[in-house]
Every structure is written in structure tokens, then in C-alpha cells.
Design a protein. Structure first.
Length: 435
């Protein structure tokens, strides 16, 4: 985790103290269940809770023990015994390390998902607010980076809203998929521990029992989780790239907010750069970088190995922390985005009316021209305008072959900008509902 791109709310989920607290809760809840089943004394379970529930675990001490044992869970259990005393011998009865590690990881991932869902709500709120504000603000739609036909800036924001709405649904599904608990013992057979212990721990930790864990929770669940984060990151970058393109000097249809005292360049005092959007592009790449190891972690040997462990120690914190920061930054960028409708209109008009070429084409076919002939008539008048030689509307009115099919008034009618926006309300209702 890089402090520069880390918010404390997400970072706290991955701190060692938090991890050890979760480990303790898993062990203590398991002890409760074991006590109810008569496997260990009830007083022992009470002692475990009583002596360690409010304890602050000594991270340095655990690290010291691990340097000798070369085993993180044993190091923790040794330190826990130092706190609890003799009754600690009843802790971890019939359990294996993966029961603690995997269940803890899934608790952390579900907590991280809850924060990310809240972040997505902020992005969606900002997008909806600005989309409604610019619902009918005309701008040019581009395909292949080239002027195509008119759209509205509100539609651009609505596209993003719909995309992040899908992201939210996917994350809800990914959270559910990863919210499982395994307390099944070595190779997952429950030979040394009753399945009812797993059910009790799952209930206590807000999880559901893993149907069959083989000692580890299957990593296809985690692969889906991190793949979902990767798709969300791609959506972040898609919108960030749109802003970067719109802020180019030659376009300047929208621009990141530039605060008082902000500097754009160490050399050129005039610069106002899309630094937030560029930052989001880079952060998105890092989130996606963890998708491949998550997919590769699915392939473990037999009932378990730990080839996944080292990767997960990095990807769990890094991917969630980075995406959390990116989503919050994106919400702020959208909320403060500077929008320039006059420049949008200027760019719309830049090609001298060529953006209405399809309407003219269709009007000609409706008046009897073949599609091939209509296309040739429109294109031969469009190409001079493309080269800066004249006005599309006037050239069409001077073309005798065009005039065989369309009057001047009918040609004028095809240049109505509002025609392109007649279904904006319909699209907005689809995206945002009746409100």
C-alpha cells in the first residue's frame, strides 16, 4: 500500500492489528462452539474471550516468534497463549491454519467490498447530478475519434452511470461469492472438528459455510472478486480517458477543476493538465494487474498448497486500497468538472454541417433515390466541406441532382439539431428511472 494513494478507512482493514483481531475472533467463536459441543470446557472458552477480547496484540512480538517458527499462525497462537494462559491449549482444537487464514481473508474482502460499494454510490450520485444538469447540452459524438453525429453531454454521463450501475451489481455478486467460511480441518474432511463449529463461526463472522473446502476455500471465488475489481477499474479508466480527450486544448469541452494556487508545470506557468484523469488511468492499470495472479491462484495442488498465499498478501490490500482511492477521486472529479457548452457548440459546428449527412442520405432515399445514388450525392458534397471548401447546406442546395428529390425547405429540415435529441428523455428514463 502506497500512502499517497491510500485512504485510512480501507487501509485499516488490512493492518496487522485488524488481521490479528479477526484471527482471534475466529478462534474464540470456534472455542465457543467446541464448548457447546462438550469438546472443550466451557470455562476455557470464557477465559479465552475474557483475557483476549479487548487485548491489543503485540505485532512486534508475533513477528519475533514468526522469525523462529517460520509460521505466522503458530506465531499468533503462541502470542495468544502468552495472553490467555493455560486455557490456550483448548484454542485451535481440530483446526488448521487455512481455517483461520482463509476465513479472515474473506472477512477482509467483504469489508473492503462494503467500502467499495459506498464509493460506487458516490460516483453514481455525482454522475446522476451532472447528467441531469447537462441532459440537453449539445455536443458532438465521435466514432474512431472523428466527428459523427450530435449527442448531449448528459448522455455521455448517462452512459457512465449505466456502466457503474452494472459495476455495483457485479460487486454485490462478487462480495456474496467470497463471503464464505471454512473451519473444516486438515484436507477439509471435518475429521477432527464438527461441521457445526464451522456453521457457528460463519454465523458469528457474517459469512456462510463453504460447501466443500478441501482445507482451503476454492480460489475461483477470489478470482471472480478480483476480476470484478479489474472490470470496475476499466470503467474508471474509460471515463478518465474521455475527460482527458475532452480537455485537450483543441477540444476543451470539459476540464478538471483547477484550484487556486495549483500549478500545472514546473516549466510552463500556463499549463492546466488533466492530472487527476491521468492518475486514474495509472491506478486502473494497477488494479487490473492483479486479475491475472488471481486467476492463476485457482490452480492449486491437490487439497491445498500455498502458492496463492504470497500473491494474496499483496493483491488483497493493494487492489482494494487502490480502487477505493480511485473511485473517491473519480467522484470528486465528476462533481467539480468544468463544462464548456459554448466550446461544445463550436466543435459541433466545426465541420460546416457535415454531422447531418445521414439525415440527408435518408431523406433522399425516402424521396426515391437508391441508397447507392443517395450516398454518392451526399458524399460528393461532403468532401469539399471536409477540405474546408464551402458549406454543406449551401452545396446541397446548389446540387441539381439533389434538387430533383429535395426542395430547399426539405434540405433545411435535415439540419435541425434538436431532431437528434428527441429520444433523450426515453434514454434517461431507462437509465435513471422515472425520476
Amino acid at each position: 500500500m502506497i500512502p499517497r494513494y491510500t485512504r485510512p478507512e480501507m487501509a485499516s482493514i488490512w493492518e496487522p492489528q485488524t488481521r490479528f483481531k479477526i484471527w482471534f475472533e475466529i478462534e474464540a467463536h470456534a472455542a465457543d462452539a467446541l464448548a457447546e459441543l462438550g469438546t472443550i470446557p466451557k470455562e476455557a472458552a470464557k477465559t479465552v474471550w475474557g483475557k483476549a477480547k479487548d487485548a491489543t496484540f503485540d505485532v512486534a512480538r508475533i513477528d519475533e516468534i514468526e522469525r523462529e517458527t517460520k509460521h505466522d499462525v503458530i506465531a499468533f497462537l503462541t502470542h495468544l497463549a502468552e495472553i490467555v494462559g493455560p486455557e490456550a491449549r483448548f484454542v485451535h482444537q481440530g483446526m488448521t491454519s487455512s481455517d483461520v487464514l482463509d476465513t479472515c481473508l474473506n472477512v477482509q474482502l467483504t469489508r473492503a467490498a462494503d467500502l467499495l460499494l459506498a464509493d460506487l454510490d458516490k460516483v453514481l450520485a455525482a454522475l446522476k447530478k451532472r447528467a441531469l444538469e447537462h441532459k440537453m447540452t449539445p455536443t458532438i459524438g465521435r466514432s474512431h475519434g472523428i466527428h459523427a453525429e450530435p449527442v448531449t453531454f448528459g448522455l455521455k454521463l448517462a452512459y457512465a452511470y449505466a456502466e457503474f450501475s452494472r459495476a455495483r451489481e457485479r460487486l454485490i455478486a462478487a462480495r456474496k461469492e467470497v463471503a464464505t467460511c471454512a473451519i473444516s480441518g486438515a484436507v477439509g474432511t471435518f475429521a477432527q472438528i464438527d461441521p457445526r463449529v464451522e456453521q457457528h463461526v460463519a454465523n458469528a463472522m457474517g459469512l456462510v459455510p463453504e460447501p466443500i473446502s478441501t482445507q482451503v476455500i476454492p480460489r475461483d471465488r477470489h478470482a471472480m472478486y478480483f476480476s470484478t475489481l479489474g472490470v470496475i477499474a476499466s470503467s474508471v479508466e474509460r471515463f478518465a480517458v474521455e475527460i482527458r480527450q475532452m480537455q485537450r486544448t483543441e477540444v476543451l469541452e470539459a476540464e478538471e477543476f483547477f484550484s487556486e494556487g495549483q500549478k500545472g508545470s514546473s516549466a510552463m506557468p500556463h499549463k492546466r493538465n488533466p492530472v487527476l484523469s491521468e492518475n486514474l488511468t495509472g491506478l486502473s492499470r494497477m488494479v487490473r494487474a492483479y486479475v491475472t495472479p488471481a486467476l492463476e491462484n485457482v490452480v492449486l495442488w491437490h487439497e491445498r498448497d500455498i502458492s496463492h498465499s504470497s500473491a494474496e498478501r499483496m493483491m488483497g490490500p493493494d487492489a482494494t486500497v487502490t480502487l477505493d482511492f480511485a473511485l473517491v477521486r473519480l467522484a470528486g472529479l465528476i462533481d467539480k468538472l468544468l463544462v464548456y457548452p459554448a466550446n461544445m457548440q463550436k466543435n459541433l459546428d466545426r465541420l460546416g454541417g457535415l454531422v447531418h449527412s445521414q439525415r440527408v442520405l435518408l431523406a433522399l432515399t425516402q424521396k426515391g433515390a437508391s441508397r447507392e445514388d443517395a450516398y454518392k450525392l451526399v458524399q460528393r458534397n461532403a468532401m469539399p466541406v471536409w477540405r474546408g471548401e464551402g458549406d454543406f447546406l449551401q452545396l446541397l442546395k446548389k446540387d441539381a441532382e439533389v434538387k430533383k428529390y429535395l426542395t430547399d425547405a426539405e434540405i433545411d429540415e435535415q439540419f435541425d439539431l434538436g431532431y437528434h435529441f428527441k429520444h433523450v428523455d426515453t434514454i434517461f428514463k431507462r437509465v435513471f428511472g422515472e425520476s
